[in-house]
Design a protein around this ligand. Structure first.
Ligand code: FAD
Length: 620
């Protein structure tokens, strides 16, 4: 019997946050794309907390938006509460965060992928990969890309084949997934859903190494059964700031969140039942996110604390369901009931969904190039939680980068790699592919050495021109950006030219106490310039922080200079005693023109580059 075949340019497996951005990106760049997912009703689902953004993650959302991605627009349209975190600190720390109406967010993403030209969405369970060439066995040395097998498609349950030159895997927490609530174990990547075991087998057959991580989620409550009079209210910002550079204003009404806390009795209940917690009974041995611990973990690790804060977050406008942020747990149901009922305001609360932990396979990301293409199989890309990350934003960002690179690869174009000084997305991917992960990876501002440059406010100035070159940023975005940039340049020129009491307005603006309205009092010419509020704010940040920014730019220049260090064609790598034999072989064969090219050779480590650079400066 002949098999059903479908032919596409790019296939994306999984329609979570990585998959949807990857598929939209690929289709928008003109590739005929298929998005295959286990269940069309869960496209864009927020598996855990109904919120987008937060510290460092908010910056990522703005970067995705600046490049032409979807996440920022979706949360602007479906957010129920918006807050700019760290607004009391310097602008490099400002981070937008918003509660989403969970279902509205998911349905809007479903609509966006449905509306997208060049994109076919199909409910399919993908079971294995189809390749051309001989797989490289696990543990065998990494061959050169031209000697690796190549992806040609995937096989789905029921036997149909989808063929393409590039395949992007974004299967999230679903590979060999097991959920735990106390002693109870169920197969599945998310409550109420299934798992996929055959995909893991298929990866292993191709020589990929897989490891296991775990993550967890708290109980959800019925809001009707909560006593709000005992809780502290947490309203949104008075002047909510959008995520997307294309959203003028957040128009919708905001809903408050609520605060409560655990207490000594809750901690005693948890301690008395630790032997029943899968993390402590030995039922789970894989690593979870250290910075996002379960409540049982918090009680053990911070034994001197008698209380931990809990944010009660509404899951939407048309539901009473409440997410209990801060008490993620996999304790048994009876313990969760007792725990919840011992918390102020929750004495009569009914749990609608119990908390659980999920263990799943991930593929250590050192098996990837910085394009997110795998080193073992040409044309095969991994993005999202499968790479050992956690978080919607980290997943979405990887999806976009994988989508771009898949399309560039099949068009035989240069790959797209963001530098660490250009974007948090550059930091994220560089960390993943060079350092790997030993716990679920989430972004922090501290991971970015150039964080003064990588602000949420300037993501469009850093990335929209790149989005335009890639064909991702649409005409409306590009026109709006051009107008904004012109306003900024006009203002900067005027500030340098106009004077007040002997000093330029630029010098005045550098003073901490001087803001835009005062400058306008100093000069009617400036006051009459047509400028958006956002452009004014950008100019102020630019001028006030120019000293720090300049210093970081000089650091980057210095680093770039070392990367452009030329290597003579006749250079004898074998004469560098400290170099590893593998590095000597590869350098001798490739004969890189400069250090930057040397660094792109597969298998070359930062240490090899450091030795080579030193030797070029000081031979012998
Ligand atoms: P997902 O959003 O998981 O999407 C995977 C997609 O792949 C789904 O659409 C699925 O149907 C599809 N799929 C899987 N296998 C196949 C197949 N074989 N064929 C076809 N389709 C397939 N993040 C945090 O930041 N903080 C947290 O506290 C947190 N807790 C979490 C708790 C739980 C219980 C879970 C499940 C997740 C949690 N996360 C948390 C992680 C967050 O949900 C993920 O980081 C994010 O959703 C990853 O996005 P993704 O696109 O990689 O995968």
């Amino acid at each position: 019997m002949s098999k059903t075949h479908y032919q596409y340019d790019v296939i994306v497996i999984g329609a979570g946050h990585a998959g949807t951005e990857a598929a939209l990106t690929s289709a928008r760049m003109g590739a005929k794309t298929a998005l295959l997912t286990m269940n069309c009703d869960t496209i864009g689902q927020l598996s855990c907390n109904p919120a987008i953004g937060g510290v460092a993650k908010g910056q990522i959302v703005r970067e995705i938006d600046a490049l032409g991605g979807e996440m920022g627009k979706l949360i602007d349209a479906t957010g129920i509460q918006f807050r700019m975190l760290n607004s009391g600190k310097g602008p490099a720390m400002w981070s937008p965060r918003a509660q989403a109406d969970k279902k509205a967010y998911q349905f809007l993403m479903k609509l966006r992928v449905e509306e997208q030209e060049n994109l076919t969405i199909r409910q399919e369970m993908v079971e294995s990969l189809i390749i051309e060439g001989t797989p490289v066995p696990e543990g065998a040395p990494q061959p050169e890309p031209e000697d690796c097998p190549r992806i040609t498609g995937v096989l789905v349950r029921g036997g149909a084949e989808y063929r393409a030159q590039a395949v992007i895997i974004t299967t999230g927490t679903f590979l060999q997934a097991i959920m735990h609530t106390g002693e109870a174990k169920t197969k599945g990547g998310r409550a109420g859903e299934g798992t996929t075991g055959t995909m893991s087998d298929s990866f292993r057959e191709l020589g990929f190494q897989l490891e296991r991580f775990k993550t967890g989620t708290p109980a959800r409550l019925n809001g009707r059964t909560i006593d709000y009079s005992q809780l502290e209210i947490q309203p949104g910002d008075e002047n909510p700031q959008p995520f997307s550079f294309m959203t003028e204003k957040i128009e919708q009404e905001q809903i408050p969140c609520w605060l409560t806390a655990t207490n000594q009795h809750v901690h005693d209940v948890i301690k008395a039942n630790l032997h029943r917690a899968p993390m402590y009974s030995g039922q789970i041995s894989s690593t979870g996110p250290r910075y996002c611990p379960s409540v049982e973990d918090k009680v053990v690790r911070f034994a001197d604390k008698s209380s931990h804060q809990i944010f009660l977050e509404p899951e939407g406008r048309n539901t009473l369901e409440i997410y209990c942020n801060g008490i993620s747990t996999s304790l048994p149901r009876d313990v969760q009931d007792e725990m919840v009922r011992s918390i102020a305001g929750l004495e009569n609360a009914e749990i609608m969904r119990y908390g659980y932990a999920v263990e799943y396979d991930f593929a250590p990301p050192t098996q990837l190039f910085a394009t997110l293409e795998t080193k073992r199989v040409g044309g095969l890309y991994f993005a999202g939680q499968i790479n050992g990350t956690t978080g919607y934003e980290e997943a979405a960002g990887q999806g976009l980068i994988a989508g771009v690179n898949a399309v560039l690869k099949i068009a035989n174009k240069e790959p797209f790699i963001l530098d660490r000084s250009q974007a948090y997305l550059g930091v994220l991917i560089d960390d993943l592919v060079t350092k790997g992960v030993d716990e679920p990876y989430r972004m922090f501002t501290s991971r970015a050495e150039y964080r003064l440059l990588l602000r949420q406010d300037n993501a469009d100035r850093r990335l929209t021109p790149i989005g335009q070159q890639l064909g991702l940023a649409d005409a409306e975005r590009c026109a709006q950006f051009q107008q904004y940039e012109t306003q900024i340049q006009t203002a900067l020129t005027l500030l340098a030219k106009l004077r007040h009491q002997g000093n330029s307005l630029e010098e005045w603006l550098r003073r901490p106490e001087i803001e835009w309205p005062q400058l306008c009092e100093f000069s009617s010419e400036l006051a009459n310039v047509e400028m958006s509020e956002r452009a004014k704010q950008q100019v102020q940040i630019e001028v006030k922080y120019s000293g720090y920014v300049k210093r970081q730019q000089q650091d980057i220049e210095r680093q770039k200079k070392s990367l452009s260090l030329r290597i003579p064609v006749t250079f004898d790598y074998r004469a560098v005693p400290q170099l590893r034999n593998e590095a000597k072989d590869k350098f001798s064969r490739v004969k890189p023109a400069d250090i930057a090219q040397a660094g792109r050779i597969s298998g070359i480590t930062p240490a090899d580059l450091a030795i080579l650079t030193l030797y070029l400066h000081e031979p012998g």
